[in-house]
Design a protein around this ligand. Structure first.
Ligand code: DOR
Ligand code: ZN
Length: 432
């Protein structure tokens, strides 16, 4: 297949190039390639050609809560958002915390996924050896230092230290860095403002702990959803000292703040919470410190969100809106598109050791998104393919409409229609 006359966005910036694919891979990238006899040609005149995004943080709820998402609906939402690879979190029911539960999830994904996929293994107080033994079958470990949706939680020093020193040191442990003891304290003070019941201090305490233990054990650490200036300062300092730490930010925290939380009510409730305007601004100011952008796509139904504050679960959808929001931010001149590609494609592939992913480059998988930068539209709840059917970004206007999405060279989504068959997504292969 030949995609010609498009503007190809590389990690170094946009260039006018033609892209040839063959046997699921990118086989040539050059100016003005000559079509081969019988070759399928895609005219990308006026379109931009992006690598498929990697969302390294989704909660697809399968198994256990498939009434709000399953591996088919979640990966279809991903495709519609130009995300061709996902890493699924372990807080399902049952949690992905044992060999049997991991195998169960792998079978589910193999039957349903329409994008490529990998898994996090969930840390518990007792599964230290089992986690290490299964490390080569997963993208990373996830360790919840503070409780959130689901039952996974590790708060004591001993299991944290043992996981950090036993899980292969070059394979990331991603932490949910909110400190449980302080969450309990602030949660009991009677506030219904989420940024008060789970304040920045809780994030700072847990992060400091995780950084210190990672430094001591010499392991690779990935901080999920950083939300405050203080965290980014601490991570920057740790990086300077040689601690092997990387960090993520979500589009929720980049584009929304606690004022939006007041407007959205429980629909804006997420852990960690939407923060102050000044913390939100700091995420953009410290963009250099941020390694990945992942969505924390965490669907909950409208009925669940409409319960009182204390009962309503935390989390919002995101996998379908990440690329449109970030592409639009680039169109508005807030950030270079190549900086987005680094954080949504290049760095996640490097950090999680994803073979064959990570760039529009000869030899890599032909995961490709064609987008029309001129077309503007409004994001609506009706467009949201996640089973829960809503987005906190309803009403936002964005420039850049997805035209076609290819997964390993096969057209999977075109002009708002699915072509991919359930099960066409493939399990990821790992270098580390
Ligand atoms: O808001 C959140 N929702 N934060 C998490 O850590 C988990 C997620 C979920 O699974 O609902
Ligand atoms: Zn999450």
């Amino acid at each position: 297949m030949l995609i010609r006359n498009g503007i190809v966005v590389l990690a170094s910036g946009p260039v006018r190039l033609d892209v040839r694919t063959c046997d699921e891979k990118i086989s040539e990238l050059a100016e003005q390639l000559t079509p081969e006899p019988g070759e399928q040609i895609i005219e990308a005149n006026g379109l931009m050609v992006l690598p498929g995004f990697i969302d390294s943080h989704v909660h697809f709820r399968d198994p256990g809560s498939t009434y709000k998402e399953d591996f088919l609906s979640g990966t279809q939402a991903a495709l519609a958002g130009g995300v061709t690879t996902i890493l699924d979190m372990p807080n399902t029911q049952p949690p992905t915390d044992s060999r049997a539960h991991l195998q169960e999830k792998m079978a589910i994904a193999a039957a349903k996924a329409v994008v490529d996929y990998g898994f996090y293994f969930g840390a518990t107080d007792t599964n230290i050896e089992e986690a290490a033994a299964l490390a080569d079958q997963v993208a990373a470990m996830k360790l919840y230092m503070g409780s959130s949706t689901g039952s996974l939680l590790v708060t004591e020093f001993s299991p944290i230290y043992r996981h950090f020193s036993t899980f292969p040191l070059d394979k990331p442990i991603a932490v949910h860095a909110e400190d449980e003891q302080s969450l309990k304290y602030f949660g009991s003070q009677g506030s219904t403002e989420h940024n008060r019941t789970r304040p920045p201090l809780s994030a700072q305490i847990a992060l400091s702990r995780a950084l210190a233990i990672a430094e001591k054990t010499g392991r690779v650490l990935h901080i999920a959803h950083t939300t405050t200036q203080r965290e980014l300062e601490l991570i920057q300092e740790a990086k300077h000292k040689g601690v092997r730490v990387t960090c993520e930010v979500t589009p929720l925290h980049l584009f929304l703040n606690e004022e939006d939380q007041r407007r959205l009510g429980n629909f804006g409730k997420v852990n960690p919470p939407l923060r102050s305007k000044s913390d939100q601004a700091a995420l953009w100011r410290y963009f250099d410190v941020i390694d990945t952008i992942g969505t924390d796509h965490a669907p909950h139904t409208k009925e669940e969100k409409n319960q009182p504050y204390e009962k309503a679960p935390s989390g919002m959808t995101g996998v379908q809106t990440m690329l449109p929001l970030l592409f639009n931010a680039a169109q508005e001149g807030r950030v270079e598109l190549s900086e987005i590609i680094k954080r949504c494609v290049v760095n996640p592939a490097r950090i999680f050791g994803l073979k064959n992913k990570g760039a529009l480059e000869v030899g890599k998988d032909a995961d490709i998104v064609l987008i029309d930068p001129r077309q503007e539209y409004e994001i609506t709840n009706e467009q949201i393919l996640s089973k829960c059917g809503w987005t906190p970004f309803a009403g936002t206007r964005v420039r850049g409409k997805l035209r076609q999405v290819f997964v390993r060279g096969t057209l999977a989504f075109a002009h708002d229609t699915y072509l991919a068959q359930p099960g066409s997504g493939a399990p990821l292969q790992y270098k580390i």
